[in-house]
Structures are given as structure tokens and as C-alpha cells.
Design a binder for this molecule. Structure first.
Ligand SMILES: Cc1cc2nc3c(=O)[nH]c(=O)nc-3n(C[C@H](O)[C@H](O)[C@H](O)COP(=O)(O)OP(=O)(O)OC[C@H]3O[C@@H](n4cnc5c(N)ncnc54)[C@H](O)[C@@H]3O)c2cc1C
Length: 504
């Protein structure tokens, strides 16, 4: 359905559910609700995933470190979800080796490894293993060798958080009863006996739009309290977010093919992760500090940078990494609840609670557990909303064959990156064979990917494409091709403007 059509039905219909927040939690609820046949609309004030769900550490994991707090249920549930995501979205969620260098007795770690492996499934990931000091240094000789005893290696999942979110939204939109609008903000609301009227601002044309819905699901992550202020002003605030930042480097500067876990080398004894990621980058973080400010104004400050650089240089002393080596930095807010414990010890469990008889909030949890969270939410609705047969949009108008002009290399690239959504890209190439050309061969990006993001994933700005759908923005700022690539993306956006204005 085009954006225009979506807006028309948005104004005329009464929805069963409107979800506020287009991060991974809202996306998961949209998908589960769609499968239940509920007439559902998701609205997001910025780009999909532009909140926390593009600022995570990108791990799809059980959370090895939570074992020290005895959060066995959380770890088990997360491992089940990790395995499901690895199997269902293999083009976005991939296994990655994690290396844990040891500077003290290995007993505690070996126990944790055994438990973690037992709680996950042995058949889906390679077993954990131990390497002595020589083998550890052979893999990465820049590692601090003082008192090094060896290292454990184990496997977990890694993803592109933003692309996972937009893929889940697209999957949901394949049901006729589901719709999603980005750049569409809840401003305030009115409650009547039978429904809620939501007053929203369409940021793309500055129009105010009223939407009617029987129930509202608040999936605002760190914005949960702010959204409640627009829906149920008298409700108690319950969130106490914590800030986490990451720094991004080139693998040419910090060469690594596996992920590494290492100490912050500060009094807090926090663990950092260094992850080899897309476009030859390495992402290193994450910090954990209390945050009481406005979630819209979160930023990386000098203390954050110094703290992470200090840890990196103690762990990799020969590399002398400096601030000049940073290609990109990003900050996110963990949607945690008010509790007396420090945020590092706080459980990553989620909560679902009714704010009145028509508004329900779902917050907390992790990127990894979004499906479990969404299932639990829809279970709470089963007495309120009747489950209806859900109808999937047939792809009858889509040419599912692979165009002859596309080389085997490009077919492989599209299939590996987009999984069963490849038909959308092949169909776009059928319509315009030039889209099958590389936008940039070095970065392995085809023109058709940009067109796909515009037509099927609601990208309106260069930033939506480069910083979220592609995460190329992470390494581009200091790259000689920065201007050229931005210009090429802008040109495709321009070329598809008609489509943006008239069709979507
Ligand atoms: C630093 C960090 C590292 C993390 N690492 C991991 C990890 O490795 N693995 C893992 O599993 N989890 C991780 N997490 C947790 C995970 O990222 C979050 O739990 C998850 O992304 C939260 O998603 P969400 O949809 O609830 O919130 P968000 O993604 O923040 O979505 C809420 C959305 O609501 C929108 N919104 C706000 N107000 C309005 C309004 N008035 N109208 C419309 N929309 C509105 C916002 O723009 C936002 O996009 C990490 C979190 C952080 C902060």
C-alpha cells in the first residue's frame, strides 16, 4: 500500500491497535498482531529504528555475563530467541566467534562456558574451546600479553539491528491488515468510551492527522514515559534509562576477524566488546552510565570517549589508538526500569502493564528477545480482541524471476543480504535494468538496494539509507568517497521522488 493510501485509510478507519514506536519492540508487536488478523498501524516519529534500535551493540545473544547475576531464565529465553533468529533470518543474524582472553584463573569462565553452551543448543553453534597463550597471540598479537593465561572462544550471534527492525516491519506489512508510517509522531490524544483518538503530526508534510483506535500499544523504549504523558497524563513514570556509547574504527587500524571481550581496565570492571562489523569496521563499546536527560538529546561526550579509548589502549597496547582514529560514534539508551540496583546489575527482563483500559505499555528486554516480548503482549490482548484470519498480500503483481541481466555474483550478493526479500529487488531490476549496476563495487552496494529501501522500506532521506539501512555512514565520514557516495544516493532518491510523492 502506498503512503497516500495508508494515510487515507488511517484517517477513515478505526484500528484495533495503534503501536507507538518503530524500534524493534514495535516492529515485533506489529508482526505478531498482523498474524492475529488485528487491524494494526505502527507509527514512528523519526525513521524506523532511529531510536535505540540502531544504537545497540548488535549482539543477538543469551547474555553470557548475566550468568554471574543468576538470571538463568533470561539467558535461557534469550538463547532460544537467538537460535530462532539465526535460523529464520540467516541473512541478517549471523554466528560470530567471540574470544575471551584470560588474565586470571580459568575455572569460573570454564563453568560459565559449559553452562552457556548447555543452555543454548549444541547443534547450532560450534562448541566453546580453550587456546593457550601462544595460540591466543597468534590470532591477534596486539593483545596485551602481560599475565595472559590463554583465551576461551565461543559463538554468539551478530546482526544489523536497524536492518533487522526494517525487515520485521516489511514482513508485517505483507499482511493486508498491517500498516506502518514513519516520520509520524503522536502529539496528544483523547479518550472516549469506545476508542482513543490520537492526534499525530505527519512530519513529511507538516499535517496534523487524527487516528482512531480501540487500543494503543506503547513501545517507546526510553521514550515510554514521554509517550504515556501524551496518552494517560496521570500515569507514574517508571523508566530509568542508562546510556551506552560505541566507537567505530577501521579494521585496517584495529585488525580483527573475531570479536573480543575485554575489561574496561577501570574501577567498574566493566566488559567491553570489540566486534568486526560491516564495511570493514570494528565497533567497540559499550559504556553504562545513568541518564536523566531528554532521550532526544543523547550524545557521546569526551568522558565517554576517554574511558573507551583507555580500555582499548590497555587491551591493545601496541596499537596506540587515538581519537583521530575514530570514524564514527553513537549513543543509545537502554530502556531500563527504576530499581535500586546499578544499571549494570539490572535485569534485562521486559514488563507489560496496562495504563488504563485502552493503553498498554511494553518496555525493557533486549533486541534479541523482541519476538518473545511481542508474543507476550499479544497474549494480553486475547480477551480484548478477537483473533481474525490474517490475509497475506500475494505477490501476484511481482515478477519473481531473476532478470537475465543479473550476474551470478550479484544474484549471490542479493540473496545473501536480503534472504527471501530478494524478489522485491529482482522485480525492481526487471522494471529498470540499470538498478542492477553497482553503486559502489568496493563497498558491494547495488543501485537496486537504494531503490528497495525507498520503495519498500520507507526511506526518505540520505541519512535513512546511509546511517541505518546500510550503516555505511559509520565509516564514510573520513572516507575519500564520502561525497561521491552521498551524491549517488541522493540522485537515486531524486529519481524516485515521483514514486515517493505519488506512489508511497
Ligand atoms: C548501548 C546499548 C547496547 C545494546 N546492546 C544490545 C545487544 O547487543 N543485544 C541486545 O539484544 N540488546 C541490546 N540492547 C538493548 C536493545 O537495543 C533495546 O532493548 C531495543 O533496541 C529497544 O527497542 P525499543 O523498540 O523498545 O525502543 P526504541 O528502539 O528506542 O524505539 C522506540 C521508538 O519510539 C519512537 N517514539 C518516541 N516518541 C514517539 C512519539 N511521540 N510518536 C511516535 N514515535 C515515538 C522513538 O523515535 C523510537 O524510535 C542495547 C541497548 C543499548 C542502549
Amino acid at each position: 500500500m502506498t503512503r497516500k493510501e495508508r494515510l487515507n485509510t488511517t484517517c477513515s478507519d478505526t484500528f484495533d491497535l495503534v503501536i507507538i514506536g518503530g524500534g524493534i519492540t514495535g516492529a515485533g508487536v506489529l508482526l505478531e498482531a498482523s498474524k492475529k488478523g488485528y487491524k494494526t498501524l505502527l507509527i514512528e516519529k523519526g525513521d524506523f529504528s532511529s531510536g535505540t534500535s540502531s544504537k545497540s551493540a548488535k549482539l543477538v545473544h543469551g547474555g553470557l555475563r548475566y550468568l554471574q547475576f543468576f538470571y538463568f531464565k533470561l539467558v535461557r529465553e534469550s538463547l532460544v530467541e537467538r537460535n530462532y533468529l539465526l535460523e529464520t533470518y540467516p541473512h541478517i543474524v549471523k554466528p560470530l566467534e567471540f574470544i575471551f582472553p584470560l588474565y586470571q584463573s580459568s575455572f569460573k569462565f570454564r563453568m560459565a562456558m559449559i553452562l552457556y553452551q548447555m543452555m543454548g543448543r549444541h547443534d547450532i553453534m560450534p562448541n566453546y574451546s580453550f587456546a593457550n597463550k601462544e595460540k591466543t597471540l597468534h590470532k591477534l598479537n596486539a593483545v596485551n600479553s602481560e599475565n595472559l593465561k590463554g583465551s576461551f572462544s565461543y559463538y554468539d550471534g551478530i546482526t544489523n539491528d536497524s536492518r533487522l527492525t526494517t525487515e520485521i516491519i516489511l514482513e508485517a506489512k505483507e499482511y493486508t491488515n498491517a500498516a506502518a508510517l514513519n516520520y509520524f509522531e503522536l502529539i496528544n490524544s483523547k479518550q472516549s468510551d469506545s476508542h482513543y483518538t490520537l492526534n499525530c503530526l505527519d512530519h513529511l508534510n507538516n499535517n496534523h492527522v487524527e487516528i482512531k483506535t480501540r487500543y494503543v500499544v506503547n513501545c517507546g523504549g526510553p521514550w515510554t514515559d514521554k509517550i504515556l504523558d501524551c496518552l494517560v497524563p496521570e500515569s507514574e513514570h517508571s523508566m530509568a534509562p542508562s546510556k551506552g556509547i560505541h566507537l567505530v574504527f577501521s579494521q585496517n587500524r584495529i585488525p580483527m576477524k573475531s570479536a573480543y571481550a575485554f575489561s574496561s581496565y577501570a574501577n567498574d570492571k566493566r566488559m567491553f566488546y570489540a566486534l568486526p562489523w560491516e564495511h570493514n569496521s570494528v565497533i567497540i563499546g559499550v559504556t553504562d552510565t545513568e541518564y536523566n536527560g531528554d532521550p532526544d538529546n543523547i550524545e557521546v561526550n569526551q568522558n565517554d570517549i576517554n574511558y573507551v579509548l583507555h580500555g582499548i589502549n590497555r587491551f591493545l597496547p601496541d596499537l596506540n589508538v587515538t581519537e583521530d582514529d575514530i570514524l564514527y560514534e553513537f549513543a543509545g539508551l537502554r530502556p531500563l526500569f527504576k530499581e535500586k540496583t546499578a544499571s549494570q546489575d539490572k535485569t534485562r527482563d521486559f514488563k507489560i502493564w496496562w495504563n488504563n483500559n485502552r493503553v498498554i505499555s511494553l518496555a525493557g528486554g533486549k533486541l534479541t528477545t523482541f519476538r518473545a516480548m511481542a508474543k507476550a503482549l499479544t497474549l494480553k490482548l486475547k480477551d480484548k480482541l478477537e483473533i481474525k484470519p490474517a490475509e497475506k498480500i500475494g505477490h501476484s503483481n511481482i515478477n519473481k524471476t531473476i532478470p537475465d541481466s543479473v550476474s551470478p555474483e550479484k544474484i549471490k550478493h542479493i540473496k545473501n543480504k536480503y534472504g527471501n526479500k530478494d524478489i522485491y529487488l529482482f522485480n525492481l531490476i526487471h522494471q529498470n535494468p540499470e538498478l542492477g549496476n553497482w553503486l559502489d563495487e568496493e563497498f558491494q552496494i547495488l543501485n537496486v538496494e537504494i531503490a528497495f529501501f525507498i520503495k519498500h522500506q520507507d526511506s526518505f532521506y540520505v541519512d535513512d539509507i546511509l546511517n541505518r539501512r546500510l550503516a555505511l555512514g559509520y565509516i564514510l565520514n573520513k572516507h575519500p568517497k564520502n561525497k561521491i557516495i552521498k551524491e549517488k544516493v541522493r540522485q537515486i532518491l531524486e529519481q524516485y521522488k515521483e514514486l515517493v510523492n505519488n506512489e508511497r
